[in-house]
Design a binder for this molecule. Structure first.
Ligand code: NAD
Length: 695
């Protein structure tokens, strides 16, 4: 069934039932339209209520129909909305929970709206690079005023029932337990016999309209990192203030179609689907039973351990934290408290939450205290012997079935697993710094990792609001292995004539959250230095620029020493150019006998980004990553790749085109200094280009 129909007294109840989110599929739209007609034809029916099953009114468009003819089949959502709004009997939206996108647009066409106290309402289209396309941008401002409407539409965040009531979006809050409230309201409205339509209202806006929208556009642009959709949202809401309803609706349609066809929306929709796909593993069926995780342990309360513990406490899970150094334990607890205090000050969490979350953290120095943990994540020093001894100790105390995870960035998860008698229970959980903020989690699957361990960790990631991507075991996993090639190219570019400032500017203009040199300074250059020294031994045939080593050898480690590729004023994280670095670079170029040349920004961007792409392709060939989309999810969520470009693989394949990618790589291979061997396009890329040629 897609929509239930029942007449209760004089009220026709139309209840959407299309799990999981009552999406407005073609079948649902057809059923709604036909039930609407039936109710209008029935002389005993005096009013109608539209509602949903469970705790969802409607999540909006049915994403299973995206890009299929069903999405556009008649009746379209716009036609349905017209029919509801012009119905000669009062129609009430009884919002019983989540009400988003097209679902909210449908409710805005109803003559009245009521909602349960736990309802939440949003127009999240902007997150897919779109604007609401079924009247939402024109009706919502008429319901709640321009300010709140613009905020909801341009950010895509939900409001709760209390806010909706205060702003007049709903008439009243109704009981979740009994439908009598809704029926009573419908009967009252039938007696009143009015059918107020939002289209007949004017938008309220206090203050000067032009000044309001100029300021709003500036704010939206600053928050949007070059995204166009939030600006289109502002234009559509402005149209609602300026134009008669039908003209505003036509304007919305025009913008909606423009956005739908834009690369930005294609990229964001790709990311949306890639994120969902990443959660599914071909050889781990969804029916795989999960192990219960009621309490977790974290070992090492340093930078990463602290952030990891906070992520779990934020999700309400109790955490035991084991540290070897009492002072590190104290410092870790103080860091968590100060982080939560500052969230409370900003109003992001309630003031009682700070205490509640602190109470979830139980510090200890003894392994026996971890005996009741269902999962333990180790975040101690990056040293195989240290990690193996931690895993031996865990093996001795943890109950059967507990999951043992490591946060290692570079070590072999299989060798860590081999230190235990239960390698099937060992897995990598590679968090990114700061771990309580960054969404990405690389889940590293060891040779022996059990399927139910993987299924459990993937589900747990969702619980702590992370985006999990599975990686096989290799040096650097997906993200850092690709990053190494990006870093190499950035340093070669310096050797050849670009300045760190030029490279950072070119890549931030491309949309990266941060330029590579500012990033090295932020992360600290000692780790990269140590890795390179190891590489010189391990991979003598691979060429590396040594220019970064020279910087480190001057004691310039980045922000933490006040100097790195840039210099920093005390208490100020803004990078400033430093003539000492210019001199160092010039001296290094002389030493290697390279005459600097002018390098175009375009070359900088393409070399750095296509380096990611070529390594990403090799990672796919080796089966370390399962899908190109997984690689994109890693870069979008862990490395500041511009959302509007959809991730490196999407950018290369869909925005540049694989044949052009090959051409560029072959061009770069002619540059002797920048490792011609690396620039041989991966076989995976050649296969994509061939396929594109056939299509
Ligand atoms: P850190 O030095 O800040 O913290 C390590 C903590 O572990 C210290 O407080 C130390 O006292 C404690 N510790 C060391 N040995 C211990 C033992 N045997 N038992 C109990 N506690 C012990 O280091 P970090 O940056 O948090 O890194 C931790 C791990 O996370 C490393 O494996 C690192 O590669 C990985 N990692 C780091 C980052 C990052 O950006 N810093 C990102 C991802 C992964």
């Amino acid at each position: 069934m897609t929509v239930w129909y029942e007449v209760r007294g004089t009220v026709a109840v139309l209840q959407l039932d299309n799990p999981p989110v009552n999406g407005l599929s073609h079948a649902v739209r057809l059923a709604l339209a036909s039930h609407l007609e039936r109710a209008l034809d029935d002389p005993l029916v005096r009013s109608l209520a539209i509602t949903g099953t469970g705790k969802v009114f409607s999540g909006g468009a049915d994403i299973r129909e995206f890009n299929t003819p069903a999405m556009l089949a008649q009746p379209s959502l716009l036609q349905l909305i017209d029919a509801v709004e012009s119905a000669p009997k009062p129609v009430v939206a009884a919002i019983n929970g989540v009400c988003m996108g097209g679902g909210l647009e449908l409710s805005l066409a109803c003559h009245y709206r009521v909602a349960t106290a736990d309802a939440s309402m949003a127009l999240p289209e902007v997150k897919l690079g779109l604007i609401p396309g079924a009247g939402g941008t024109q009706r919502l401002p008429r319901a709640v005023g321009a300010q709140l409407a613009l905020q909801m539409i341009s950010r895509g965040e939900p409001i709760d029932a209390g806010t909706a009531l205060a702003y007049g979006l709903i008439e009243r809050i109704v009981s979740r337990d009994s439908f009598a409230d809704v029926l009573g309201f419908c009967e009252e409205m039938a007696v009143r016999n009015q059918r107020p339509r939002l289209r007949d209202r004017v938008v309220t806006l206090t203050g000067d309209r032009d000044a309001f929208f100029a300021a709003a556009r500036a704010e939206v642009a600053a928050a949007g990192r070059g995204l166009q959709a939030p600006l289109a949202c502002a234009s559509a809401v402005e149209a609602a203030c300026r134009l008669p309803f039908d003209e505003g609706l036509a304007f919305e349609r025009k913008l909606f179609i423009e956005r739908m066809q834009a690369e930005e929306s294609q990229a964001l929709r790709h990311a949306f689907f890639a994120e969902r796909a990443a959660a599914r593993l071909p050889d781990v069926p969804e029916s795989t039973p999960e192990r219960p995780v009621r309490r977790v342990g974290v070992i090492g309360f340093g930078t990463m351990g602290g952030g990891i513990a906070m992520s779990f406490a934020n999700a309400g899970l109790p955490v035991r934290v084991l540290e070897q150094k009492p002072e590190a334990l104290e410092r870790g607890l103080a860091t968590c408290r100060s982080h939560w205090d500052s969230s409370a000050k900003k109003g992001r969490i309630g003031s009682t939450e700070v205490q509640a979350r602190m109470a979830l953290l139980a510090p200890t120095a003894r392994y026996q205290d971890l005996a009741d943990c269902d999962l333990v994540i180790e975040a101690v020093y990056e040293d195989l012997a240290v990690k193996q001894s931690v895993f031996k100790a865990l093996d001795a105390v943890l109950p059967t079935g507990a999951i043992l995870a490591t946060n290692t960035s570079t070590l072999d998860v299989n060798r860590i697993a081999a230190a235990t008698r239960r390698p099937q229970d060992v897995i990598g959980m590679h968090f990114f710094s700061p771990a309580n903020v960054m969404r990405l989690l690389e889940v590293v699957r060891g040779d022996k990792t059990a399927k139910d361990v993987l299924a459990t960790v993937m589900q747990l990631a969702r619980r702590i609001r992370k985006v999990a991507v599975v990686s096989g075991v290799c040096d650097g996993f997906i993200g850092n292995r690709m990053l190494e090639q990006y870093v190499r190219q950035s340093l070669f570019l310096v050797d050849e004539g670009a300045s760190p400032q030029q490279i950072d500017a070119a890549l931030t203009k491309f949309g990266m959250a941060m330029g590579p040199f500012a990033m090295y300074d932020l992360a600290g250059m000692d780790i990269g230095y140590a890795i390179r020294q190891r590489r010189y031994q391990e991979r003598p045939h691979v060429t590396y620029s040594r220019v970064a080593d020279r910087v480190v050898e001057l004691g310039r480690l980045g922000q933490k020493t006040g100097k790195g590729w840039y210099r920093y004023e005390p208490g100020d994280r803004r990078p400033r150019p430093d003539p000492e670095i210019d001199r160092l670079i010039e001296a290094y170029r002389r030493e290697i006998g390279l005459a600097p040349r002018a390098i175009e920004d375009e070359e900088i961007v393409q070399r750095c980004i296509l380096a990611l792409v070529n390594e990403g392709a090799r990672i796919l060939e080796e089966g370390i990553a399962l899908r190109a989309g997984d690689v994109d999810v890693v870069y979008l969520n862990g490395y500041g790749f511009p959302p509007a470009k959809g991730g490196p693989m999407f950018y290369a394949g869909r925005l540049l085109g694989w044949p052009r990618v090959i051409e560029r790589m072959e061009g770069f291979a002619r540059n002797e200094h920048a490792d011609p061997r690396f620039w041989q396009p991966a076989a995976w890329i050649r296969a994509q280009a061939q396929e594109a040629g056939r299509a």
